[in-house]
Design a protein around this ligand. Structure first.
Ligand SMILES: Cc1cc2nc3c(=O)[nH]c(=O)nc-3n(C[C@H](O)[C@H](O)[C@H](O)COP(=O)(O)OP(=O)(O)OC[C@H]3O[C@@H](n4cnc5c(N)ncnc54)[C@H](O)[C@@H]3O)c2cc1C
Length: 201
């Protein structure tokens, strides 16, 4: 919704970010017509062909139309390299630019580096190592006694009564698989808890 439409209205719920979690939340919370829900998204609409073709992520990554274009700091463990760190910036968020492709298993660095040469293996890991675009845990869920925890078990930000974080960032640690489906399930559970706490379930 554009800011001009949003002005002058009252909302029960304001959701910042229409990504994997935000879209599920908006859908579940607005299913009850008594709930007035505002969904704010910094990026544009998803009416671009590369959002809808699996391999299209290759065109979306690094493109400001679709990606926040973050970069990591140069890391000593990556032999001083800085990595592109794509995050979706559009309706659908990172799910609009994620991979959705299958690629055959590949074993790196391959036979050129002997597997008993630790120094060569460490160098290869620094040269080759990269992310698979699954950052989580920047607002981790945990007990209040944990200085690293940002939200409690009902995803409420400690010290702020009405603010919740409901997305991939609340995972205390990375999942062993991909993150999009778990993020959508966090949103399902988060929406259920929001409605329970409001007495609307
Ligand atoms: C290139 C790429 C490939 C991936 N491949 C896979 C895959 O194959 N399988 C898989 O399971 N997972 C994959 N993932 C990971 C998965 O897509 C994410 O874990 C998941 O989408 C995260 O969901 P989220 O709701 O936490 O955040 P996002 O979906 O990133 O949503 C955040 C939204 O908030 C918006 N936003 C940010 N700041 C503001 C602001 N100030 N105001 C308004 N809006 C704001 C952003 O624009 C964005 O739309 C991939 C991710 C990327 C980037």
């Amino acid at each position: 919704m554009s800011p001009s439409i949003a002005q002058g209205h009252d909302y029960d719920y304001i959701i910042v970010g229409a990504g994997s979690a935000g879209c599920v939340l908006a859908n579940r919370l607005s299913a009850d017509p008594r709930n007035r829900v505002l969904l704010l998204e910094a990026g544009g609409p998803d009416n671009w062909i590369w959002f809808h073709i699996p391999v299209g992520y290759l065109f979306a990554i690094g493109n400001p139309r679709a990606d926040w274009c973050f970069r990591t700091r140069a890391e000593p463990g990556l032999n001083g390299r800085s990595l592109g760190y794509p995050r979706g910036k559009a309706l659908g968020g990172s799910s609009a630019i994620n991979a959705m492709i299958y690629s055959p298993e590949e074993h790196l660095p391959g036979p050129a580096v002997p597997d008993d040469d630790d120094e060569a293996l460490a160098k290869a890991a620094g040269d080759i190592g990269t992310t698979i675009f699954h950052p989580v845990g920047t607002a981790k869920m945990g007990p209040e006694s944990d200085p690293q925890a940002v939200v409690d078990e009902r995803l409420r930000v400690f010290g702020l009564g009405s603010l919740r974080v409901i997305d991939a960032s609340v995972m205390p640690t990375i999942t062993s698989g991909n993150t999009n489906s778990p993020t959508m399930m966090i949103a399902e559970k988060g929406a259920a808890m929001v409605l329970e706490d409001a007495g609307r379930r």
